[in-house]
Design a protein around this ligand. Sequence first.
Ligand SMILES: Nc1ncnc2c1ncn2[C@@H]1O[C@H](COP(=O)(O)OP(=O)(O)OP(=O)(O)O)[C@@H](O)[C@H]1O
Ligand SMILES: [Mg+2]
Ligand SMILES: [Zn+2]
Length: 506
Amino acid sequence: MVSKINSCVLAGLSGHTATVETDLGRGLPRFDVVGLPDASVKESRDRVYAAIKNCGFVYPVSRITVNLAPGELKKEGPIYDLPILVGILAASKQLPEVPATAAMIGELSLEGKLRAANGVLCMAMHLKSAGIEEFFVPEENAAEAAMVKGLTVYPVRDIQQLAAHLKGETLITPAAHTEYKPEVPDSLDFVDVIGQETAKRALIIAAAGGHHALLIGTPGSGKSMLAKRLPSILPDLSEQEALEVTGVYSVAGMLPKGQAMIKSRPVRAPHHSISVNGLAGGGTHPRPGEISLAHNGVLFLDELPEFHRDALETLRQPLEDGEVTISRVSATCTYPSRFMMICAMNPCRCGYYGHPTKSCTCSEHQLREYRKRISGPLLDRIDIHVTVAPLPYEELEKRPKGETSAVIREKINRARKIQAQRYKDHGITTNAQLTPTLMEKFCTPDQKGQALLKAAYERLGLSARGYDKLLKLARTIADLEGSAEIQAQHIAEAVQYRILDREEIM
Ligand SMILES: Nc1ncnc2c1ncn2[C@@H]1O[C@H](COP(=O)(O)OP(=O)(O)OP(=O)(O)O)[C@@H](O)[C@H]1O
Ligand SMILES: [Mg+2]
Ligand SMILES: [Zn+2]
């Protein structure tokens, strides 16, 4: 008699339905697990054996064969303990058959209690789309799985409780699905930043249009201070985006305890000593790297030239594709990595190149070497570059009050809505993602704007690569203002954020 129970395999963030088939046959008692299990799955045998005995069931004296199908997918980790145990009890008639519309996962303790697992949200999303109606998960993971609408999620504490449910004696109450609402993160406020209007505005435009930005400034000018306040102005995270972000954190085992869903945009600020694997993801048991943990949020690279060059090089493909593929011996997996990249750097090694009062002690050669550390292709993908000049004493003394993050955030949310609406049939959500074809359709400036664009191109010596970026930026500036047309003043402002096109600085 073969019992079949649905379960799930994850490869990266994508789920695949797995079936745990259990056969009790004649022959010498033994217990085999087949179907590409790794060592941790094989250990299930010992946990399942102990849990069956310790929960008052009878361990069948038979030749037990468990097949994890399909055989070509590698099964990892202890999450098949539960379907294996229930399969044995069903095959030996100690429990009723589990319906074909149900699935289960969970690691067991020797006493038959369930332990939390990683990646449960991604599994729930897959199972729902595969037509599964009921999902039995460890109690701790229930709220996370219940974020998926239309899936009945049963929180399972231990085997006795599940047995009573399957026998129809005492039913488990399904976890409640809560409606999604984005949250504003608890973060420092922009109102603390005195002056620095250009840099602030650049970050607002970056957040509004999803643009990558580079802040160049002397030490102490407030680059890190500005970046720390970025979370407070990022636009709301939509439900779809939140599911993606939560999926990444769930798979990485980084969901904060007691938090089922991540509801605001993540901001990751890895140290410049970070390795290629740390940034892009990888390792023997592949994990999402910083670029995936920043998915739908911000990757802040402070002191950009100090990062290892090979680490920066790995950013190129993800910046292009919005995802990263990690290859290892046994399989490859793909993680999403669509993030806004905000970088900060000093203008030179000593930090004072271009400072109004202090003088730079770098040689011509040192200056060039310092800037060469950031590769052209990376720079090529950055839409906004601004200098952050040291704050004049008068401004610091006067302490003029700027806008609060709440006010700025509203404007940004409005600009994002305009973009989402405009691009709803074109598969993108922000101006930063505009393709050349779409730019032709949506980014033609009005007449004065076109004249200014021509002048800027010819007289300011804008490069061709800068031209598209300038237009995208102007589109965002117009959207922030609620203007359907790209006008001359939008172009004029956008030119300010392309300093590296104009100066022989890089
Ligand atoms: N515009 C500002 N308004 C208020 N305080 C400021 C401003 N700029 C700098 N400061 C103060 O100076 C401190 C140092 O600024 P910050 O660390 O942001 O500089 P930085 O540009 O990142 O410098 P570095 O290049 O050395 O990393 C801040 O913590 C803050 O107290
Ligand atoms: Mg700093
Ligand atoms: Zn210098």
